[in-house]
Design a protein around this ligand. Structure first.
Ligand SMILES: *Cc1c(COP(=O)(O)O)cnc(C)c1O
Length: 368
């Protein structure tokens, strides 16, 4: 790995292979692996990540929106793609790009069947989403007979899978709630299998579900964060490798006297002689203002340098009074040792949010 000369997000495809193989080792050989590559593969790069996972033999992809699936298709991705949260306005485009919708309420079910019939589709693959306690998207168990009557009345679509999503699979204190979700899901599945007259695939586990509820892997699992190197627990984090490192450089060092201030709104005031370093990364790059005023930090020559004052749009300033450093030195925002999850915690958020916030402006670099 070379030293950063500007702000870059280095993406280690070897680490991605490692994480894929680790998660796969938790599954029985018949369980299919769906890789969640929504939100630009959690801020890395959906196309490169999907290409690499396709080479590794992943079975399915999922994205949140149709537009994300279209991007993958336009870049040559051939693996089936489940769209988790499609809107009817995009159903034609979804079919044109061979994407598979999650149908989560009566309105989208009906509208999708209408579009599929108009386009003369036969057995177009669809996925039925049930709510088992997250209360976000999904039919209720009491809708099963309605769903089956709609589906049995058309041959334009065919249910490929039935699925649900866990609300707190990473939280051991919510074990009984999660088990209840799994039981509800099993009961729904039995009910719908009976009224459809065949067995669609079943899936409910995200990454933490895979790690904590082996009895609930069913026919397929849906992993996102684990592929990117985070297991939502200290123990699992040790076995996974963060795939991305966000690096930058010191643009300038300022020496300031007691009572001088730093940054917009004079957010920071020096308590004595101090040294600050200006780094070319700001809230427009994904480092939110929440990280300002001492909440967040970067690593310079292996030492923590707290962010002083307000994060600006294009840069931020850190306190390097006690750090030996010079202009041009490398800055680590996060990497495989200084984890994004730790930085996220300093601002009371989670790895998912800091990773997906890294904006388009930050150059991506790939390492095999
Ligand atoms: C985002 C998402 C996932 C992936 O969850 P991770 O915790 O990142 O593994 C799985 N299923 C659904 C429905 C999702 O929205």
């Amino acid at each position: 790995m070379s030293k950063a000369q500007e702000t870059v997000l280095e993406i280690n495809l070897g680490a991605l292979s490692h994480n894929f193989n680790y998660l796969k080792s938790k599954l029985n050989p018949n369980t299919k692996f769906l890789a969640v590559v929504k939100a630009f593969a959690y801020g890395s790069d959906a196309i490169r990540i999907a290409e690499h996972l396709e080479e590794l033999g992943v079975d399915y992809f999922a994205v949140a929106y149709v537009k994300e699936g279209v991007l993958l298709r336009e870049n040559g991705i051939k693996t089936p793609i489940l769209v988790l949260h499609p809107q009817p306005v995009n159903f034609k485009s979804l079919i044109d790009h061979c994407l598979e919708p999650s149908l989560y309420n009566a309105k989208v079910l009906k509208e999708f069947i209408d579009v599929a019939e108009k386009q003369n589709q036969k057995n177009y693959p669809v996925h039925i989403k049930f709510n088992t306690g997250l209360n976000r998207l999904g039919f209720w168990e009491s809708d099963v007979d309605y769903i089956s009557s709609q589906l049995n009345a058309t041959n334009s679509v065919k249910v490929k899978s039935v699925f649900s999503h866990l609300a707190a699979s990473e939280d051991i204190n919510e074990k009984s709630f999660t088990e209840n979700q799994i039981n509800t899901f099993q009961s729904i599945s039995k009910h719908i299998e009976k009224s459809l007259g065949f067995k669609p695939w079943l899936h409910i586990c995200n990454t933490s579900g895979v790690l904590n509820y082996p009895e609930a892997h069913f026919d397929m699992v849906r992993c996102g964060i684990g592929l990117y190197g985070f297991g939502n627990s200290g123990e699992e984090d040790k076995k996974l490798k963060p795939i991305s490192s966000l690096k930058s450089i010191i643009s300038q060092i300022h020496k300031i006297e007691k009572d001088e201030t730093v940054g917009y709104n004079r957010g920071y005031k020096a308590s004595g002689f101090e040294k600050t370093a200006t780094i070319p990364i700001g809230h427009a790059d994904g480092i939110s203002r929440i990280y300002g005023n001492g909440n967040g930090f970067v690593i310079i020559n292996n030492q923590k340098a707290p962010i002083v004052g307000n994060v600006c749009m294009d840069m931020l300033m850190v306190n390097v009074t006690n750090i030996e450093c010079k202009e041009g030195d490398e800055v680590i925002v996060f990497d495989s040792n200084n984890k994004a999850s730790d930085l996220a915690e300093s601002a009371h958020t989670i790895s998912y949010e800091i990773l997906t916030a890294i904006s388009n402006r930050v150059k991506r670099l790939y390492i095999k």
